[in-house]
Design a protein around this ligand. Structure first.
Ligand SMILES: Nc1ncnc2c1ncn2[C@@H]1O[C@H](COP(=O)(O)OP(=O)(O)OP(=O)(O)O)[C@@H](O)[C@H]1O
Length: 383
């Protein structure tokens, strides 16, 4: 698909043509054009507004969307209002040492913390975020495609089966897949200004994929991503939880670091496949968390071996035991291994994670043992 280059002035002209009927002011005058991005015909435009204006301007954004879709090269447009959050308190180091209880995210507008893509009032500075959540844990991987989201989902359900009250948050904003893995197509409702997580498989879950078109989320820029994550923490009615499991974006770059500044973590689990190359990335993951003073609860080896569904024979396709050895070498716990099984993929694709839909199966048992080990690691940490 061909994308024609668009300039700031093209967008500004359209925004200037959309006017508030009452005051006659244009959307351009009433907001600040924060940025835009055009990719494969999909245009995302971010407008900053004073938060008390956000609700009033929403209809103008709908008009702007229609007008923007007439620009050359634009097939679909999405206009997002972001409101500035007043400065909050807390540094990453402070957050990391708060025993996993969520504190107000640190102020850092430059890193995107000041934007609220879903509107809504910002909490007062210093307000504790998620005071009813006992621990937040990250599920991370050094590289994509190792089964991080599959593990996060099954781990969360496994923890719920251990009797814990569990939330699941998709922070993998550029590749949100949890809503599909959980089989939730409907949109979460807002009640009294707070977003209600989906109640599914014994969890409370929110994924950006439940809220916006996946393709639109993929073109969000850093500030919009961080704004969405902030709002998942502050504007979602998580209720009292023992554990909130966060599916992190893959990798160990700036996005992950800045996410950790927002999410005060009680610990992290790192998913890797057994190959050397994946383990190098897993090691980077461990180093990243340690640098941020986040305890690594352990390593998980996914796609550890292939279990033949016909004869039950185990074949070590990618080698086996690499993550256990790596964990030993790095002095972090090893939480367990998960075989490569067609059932795991099929249940994930069908929106019925294996731990919930076939709890006695080999794949589910592997995840359940990991959930028990993770719950134990958390208890041990709090003891
Ligand atoms: N143990 C397993 N056995 C069989 N299939 C698996 C297993 N783990 C994951 N998969 C499959 O591998 C694919 C990638 O998994 P998943 O989306 O969980 O990876 P990811 O690491 O979160 O990827 P990314 O971060 O790049 O989005 C999915 O189709 C999933 O069903």
């Amino acid at each position: 698909m061909v994308s024609s280059p668009l300039h700031h002035d093209d967008i500004a002209r359209v925004l200037d043509s959309v006017r508030d009927a009452q005051t006659g002011h244009s959307l351009l005058a009433l907001t600040k054009l924060e940025g835009f991005r055009l990719e494969d015909g999909r245009l995302g435009v971010a407008l900053a507004v004073a938060k008390e204006q956000a609700a009033r301007l929403a209809p103008l954004c709908d008009e702007a969307k229609i007008a923007l879709e007439k620009l050359p090269g634009v097939q679909s447009a999405n206009v997002i209002l972001t409101a500035h959050r007043p400065a909050g308190a807390g540094t990453p180091a402070e957050a990391a040492t708060q025993g996993g209880r969520a504190a107000a995210p640190p102020p850092k507008a430059a890193a995107g913390g000041g934007h609220r893509p879903f509107g809504g009032p910002a909490p007062a500075p210093g307000t504790p975020v998620l005071p009813d959540v006992k621990a937040i844990i990250a599920v991370a991987s050094g590289k994509g495609g190792v089964g991080k989201s599959t593990t996060a989902t099954n781990l969360a359900i496994g923890l719920a089966q251990e009797g814990l009250r569990v939330g699941l948050m998709d922070a993998d904003i550029h590749g949100p897949s949890l809503h599909r893995m959980l089989g939730t197509e409907s949109k979460p409702e807002a009640r009294e200004g707070r977003l209600q997580p989906m109640e599914v498989w014994g969890l409370r879950a929110v994924s950006i994929g439940m809220l916006v078109d996946e393709k639109q989320a993929m073109i969000w820029r850093g500030p919009m991503v961080m704004g969405a994550i902030n709002q998942f923490l502050t504007d979602v009615d998580w209720g009292p939880l023992d554990v909130l499991v966060v599916d992190m974006p893959p990798g160990t770059g700036d996005a992950q670091l800045s996410l950790m500044q927002k999410v005060p973590l009680a610990g992290a689990v790192i998913v890797s496949t057994p190959q050397d190359i994946a383990l190098i990335d897993a090691r980077r993951g461990v180093t990243m968390f340690e640098k941020m003073n986040v305890p690594v609860l352990g390593l998980i080896e996914n796609m550890s071996y292939f279990c033949c569904p016909n004869c039950g024979h185990n074949t070590e396709l990618f080698g086996h035991g690499g993550a256990r050895k790596e964990a030993e070498a790095m002095g972090v716990p090893f939480l367990g291994e998960v075989p490569l099984l067609a059932d795991i993929r099929a249940t994930g694709d069908a929106g019925a994670p294996i731990v919930a839909s076939a709890p006695e199966s080999e794949g589910a048992q592997a995840f359940r043992r990991i959930a028990q080990a993770t719950a134990e690691a958390l208890r041990h940490r709090n003891a």
